[in-house]
Design a protein around this ligand. Structure first.
Ligand code: GLY
Length: 378
């Protein structure tokens, strides 16, 4: 990045950060210690109080920690810490926890520990890492997804849970966690990332030997299609695995997925559909997928050689600006910033074209990354 484009991007990010601060400050005072998921009529509720195991429950504390890092205002830390303490019931309850402990505790206890060195937060994050490591299948070389009878399932989203394992290895100075993460990443690379850089959401493996059985549609349109949020998880997740391990194959994978994502998203004015391989009508967007991909592209632009940086940075800024211009609600009187996020292609009309907490989180992380590149969240 040359200094002119750097300063233009910084100016833009500062401008958006002002809007984020104004809105989140009011939202924090209004909603406080809740576990939000989807904003309905401009209001987040304590919707996940009944399901503290839900994978998105770390995103609101994650937002608050990013605000705390920038502004140093104690109310953000106090609110985030109180939510982290609420999530202790999930750690203790155990039964509903699965691979997404990484999402939940990286952004709550993990960020708390990074920013405040709180010893209880370290313990929570290490509990999460141990639970995740405990899901590793020795014969199949994968971390199993979900519970019930999904014994051989892996999903592409899980790439974002691996940073908790990389962190734990460094924290307790023990390579076990990192080895598990890398074994899983290699299996994901083999069965979830396709030749052309698109990804399966799910691969069903034989839990006795890891052989591939099938690749169902999952949250995308159909088997063989291309669920954009899954592409974004993979793009970002493999870039993070490279950052933590230095293994070139993860960087190559992330770049391949990024090239596929960039080649496809221009057709949609840089705000992605729910699935790149679904019919054009009815229009189904998932702005959250764009925000996750933006963070992944920004991460890539940080770790590739200088001559390659511009491609990823420019793509990230186009997605960010398109979403910010078209689909962000900056009214502090209403909760939720990024509109038009969609949880999955089929069903669930209450999760279609709505503000979802992770859309907001990744928008905020993207802007935060540009302004405070020294903080490694994942
Ligand atoms: N489970 C992660 C997602 O729905 O994207």
């Amino acid at each position: 990045m040359n200094s002119i484009s750097e300063s233009i991007h910084k100016q833009y990010a500062e401008n958006v950060w002002d809007k984020i601060q104004t809105k989140i400050s009011v939202q924090c005072d209004r909603i406080g210690v809740i576990v939000p998921y989807i904003a309905v009529d401009g209001r987040y509720s304590d919707k996940m109080a009944d399901n503290l195991y839900w994978w998105t429950n770390g995103f609101w504390p994650g937002i608050l920690w990013l605000l705390f890092y920038s502004a140093g205002e104690q109310k953000y830390a106090d609110t985030a810490r109180a939510i982290e303490e609420r999530l202790d019931a999930a750690l203790a309850g155990y039964e509903g926890l699965h691979h997404d402990v990484g999402f939940m505790w990286t952004l709550s206890a993990g960020l708390d520990f990074k920013l405040t060195a709180n010893p209880a937060s370290r313990v929570r994050a290490l509990h999460g890492a141990n639970l995740l490591a405990g899901r590793y299948n020795l014969r199949g070389h994968f971390i199993r997804s979900w519970n019930k009878d999904y014994t051989g399932w892996i999903i592409v989203d899980c790439m974002m849970n691996l940073p908790l394992l990389y962190w734990a290895s460094a924290e307790v100075v023990d390579p076990r966690f990192r080895y598990i993460a890398m074994e899983h990443a290699d299996t994901a690379l083999k069965y979830l990332v396709r030749e052309d850089g698109s990804c399966n959401h799910i691969a069903v493996l034989n839990p006795e030997n890891g052989a591939l059985l099938e690749t169902p549609a999952g949250q995308g349109y159909a088997p063989g299609s291309s669920w954009t949020r899954g592409q974004a998880w993979a793009l970002y997740g493999f870039a993070l695995s490279y950052r933590h391990t230095g293994e070139e194959r993860y960087l190559t994978a992330s770049k391949r997925i990024a090239h596929y994502f960039i080649a496809n998203i221009f057709r949609y004015g840089f705000v992605p559909p729910v699935d790149f391989r679904a019919p054009d009508t009815p229009e189904k967007l998932d702005a959250s997928a764009g925000m996750i991909a933006t963070c992944g592209l920004l991460q890539l632009s940080d770790i590739v050689p200088d001559a390659e940086k511009k491609l990823y940075l420019d793509a990230a800024m186009r997605i960010l600006k398109a979403t910010e211009e078209k689909y962000c609600d900056w009214d502090p009187g209403r909760d939720g910033i990024v509109q038009k996020s969609t949880a999955q292609y089929h069903e669930k009309t209450d999760e279609f074209h709505v503000p979802i907490i992770y859309g907001d989180y990744f928008l905020i992380e993207a802007i935060h990354r540009i302004l405070y590149p020294e903080l490694q969240v994942w």
